[in-house]
Design a binder for this molecule. Structure first.
Ligand code: CTP
Length: 399
């Protein structure tokens, strides 16, 4: 995803500066080219040598130091993105007011591309009017501000100010660097399992974790789409920047999908909707008694198939979790439910399906063509799916 992208990592002098070493490693693992700029105060917390080894690249410590004086213009011209991790209150203030007192602040004035800034400081400092006003100025100017987490801070206080983990910032970086080619489109995405109650304490559900659907929602958001995510119960955090609707049962999911269908351009039905629900929902908790019991189920509506009959301009994407004859069954579903694209996987394969972070899928098109993708992270699967959707949307057959 970040292969070959040129990232400048600015590190300022906060106690969380050590986490920047991990961010460099993570960026390198995704094959980004990283150049690190350390402020004078940052060097009190972390050695340039650490960063030089991890980044496998030169580290910049000042405007007049090293073999190349005044490197800010060249560095800014070369980079695709600047991330400041962590950003002290001082850096936030200087950036907000356009001051150029060292290499990093000077570079910010020369750089034209996306800037991701991750403030981390004492909670009172963070909440102060001055810092909040400065952050607002930066946001208005288009800076991507990653808010700090709330928790125990180095000073012993509890409050907002903790630097978010490298993987959170990595996701923001990925999002900032993908093309905004879905701008103007509205995506309706469903995710997770549904829960079908038997009584007030028991329900029938399935093993869906929601990871694939959430990845589709995040990827579409990153590419500029407006996203409505309708999610069954999952343990995943609500993704930022999407309209989020939580539901429980298949019937509730159907209702929300139908409400949002007209405004949607693309619907991605990733949810593992329960095909059946208990016929009777006991109003009181069922008591233990007989040695055997039977539950009668009734069929739930097939939300995707219904959309297939209702669709006008919408492009429909379905998922098919199979355990054999994957392509044939996916093609049957494609026809039966009148969808435009099926993402099929074989749930028996290692590294595919439910709780995994990766997936192995086939994208199966209406014209009979299919594309087999290797095992990859669900976010990257989502990106490939969106490439295909965009291709179809433009009238061709995308890959
Ligand atoms: N789906 C749906 N409503 C249902 C069941 C499924 O909208 N009641 C959608 C899923 O979100 C998915 C697709 O239909 O996009 C395929 O679901 P899957 O469970 O694989 O197939 P089914 O159609 O339920 O068929 P079967 O379980 O017999 O394989």
């Amino acid at each position: 995803m970040l292969e070959g992208r040129k990232v400048i990592l600015g590190v300022t002098g906060g106690i969380a500066a050590y986490k920047a070493a991990e961010l460099v490693s993570r960026l390198r693992a995704e094959r980004a080219a990283v150049k690190v700029v350390l402020t004078r105060a940052a060097q009190e917390f972390i050695q340039p040598l650490t960063m030089r080894v991890l980044a496998e690249n030169e580290v910049y410590t000042g405007l007049f130091e090293g073999s190349e004086p005044l490197p800010h213009v060249r560095l800014a011209a070369e980079a695709d993105l600047v991330v400041i991790y962590p950003a002290t209150a001082n850096l936030v203030g200087q950036a907000a007011w356009g001051l150029a007192s060292d290499l990093l602040t000077t570079l910010l004035l020369t750089f034209q591309g996306p800037v991701v800034i991750c403030p981390a400081m004492n909670a009172q400092m963070y909440n102060s009017t001055a810092v909040q006003e400065n952050l607002r100025r930066l946001k208005e100017r288009g800076y991507i501000v990653v808010p700090p987490e709330t928790g125990r801070l180095a000073c012993g206080e509890v409050g907002p100010g903790r630097l978010p983990a490298p993987e959170i910032v990595l996701e923001v970086i990925r999002g900032a660097l993908v093309p905004k080619d879905l701008t103007g489109l509205t995506f309706l995405v469903t995710a997770g399992p549904t829960r079908e109650p038997l009584d007030p304490v028991r329900y029938i559900t399935n093993r869906s974790s929601g990871k694939m659907g959430y990845a589709v929602a995040r990827a579409a958001r990153d590419r500029g789409a407006r996203v409505v995510l309708i999610s069954g119960p999952t343990a995943l955090p609500e993704p930022h920047g999407v309209a989020f609707i939580r539901v429980d049962t298949a019937l509730a999911m159907r209702e929300e999908v139908r409400k949002n269908f007209d405004a949607a351009d693309v619907v991605v039905m990733c949810a593992a909707v329960s095909d059946y629900r208990p016929k009777e929902v006991h109003p009181e908790k069922m008591k233990k008694g007989a040695a055997e019991m039977a539950v009668t189920f009734v069929q739930n509506p097939d939300i995707l198939a219904e959309l297939g009959t209702l669709k006008r301009h919408q492009l429909l994407v379905g998922f098919a979790a199979e355990s054999g004859s994957v392509l044939e069954r996916a093609r049957e579903k494609l026809r039966a439910k009148q969808v435009d694209l099926i993402v099929a996987n074989d749930v028996r394969q290692e590294g595919a399906g439910f709780e995994a972070d990766t997936n192995i899928v086939w994208l199966v098109f209406r014209d009979g063509r299919f594309l087999e993708l290797p095992r990859m992270d669900k976010y990257l699967v989502a990106q490939r799916l969106l490439d295909a959707v965009l291709g179809l949307w433009k009238g061709g057959y995308g890959e």
